[in-house]
Design a protein around this ligand. Structure first.
Ligand code: FES
Length: 115
């Protein structure tokens, strides 16, 4: 469990909402919609820039989709697949996430290769 890091308390994560994090040189974000929580590296597959224009603003205005602020790509929050914009069909890089005792945790030892 040495590569497990606490991001925040589940109660502090808005629904729907997101929270950015930087842990061990990995910049990412957690996205919540109801009971569904997912985490991704904060890197748009289009050009590699971070998605949000400010911390904790990774969702679109309706709180339904993850949005890139640069060119407007939209991603499904549960899979990270881009469904609209210049990188349709590509995916955000997932970060393993778990909830234990009301705490939102990520695991960096299981992080896929980032290209
Ligand atoms: S950098 Fe994200 S859509 Fe272009």
């Amino acid at each position: 469990m040495s590569d497990t890091y606490e991001i925040c308390a589940l109660a502090d994560l808005p629904d729907p909402g997101s929270r950015g994090f930087e842990v061990e040189d990995v910049e990412g974000f957690v996205v919540r919609r109801g009971d569904a929580l997912h985490a991704y590296v904060d890197r748009c597959p289009h050009t590699g820039v971070p998605l949000a224009w400010s911390p904790n603003t990774h969702l679109d205005a309706e709180g339904r989709l993850v949005q890139c602020s640069m060119h407007g790509a939209l991603f499904l929050p549960d899979t990270g697949e881009c469904i609209h914009g210049p990188c349709v069909g590509r995916f955000l890089t997932p970060v393993p996430i778990l909830v234990e005792g009301g705490r939102v945790l990520i695991r960096l030892d299981e992080l896929p290769e980032i290209d």
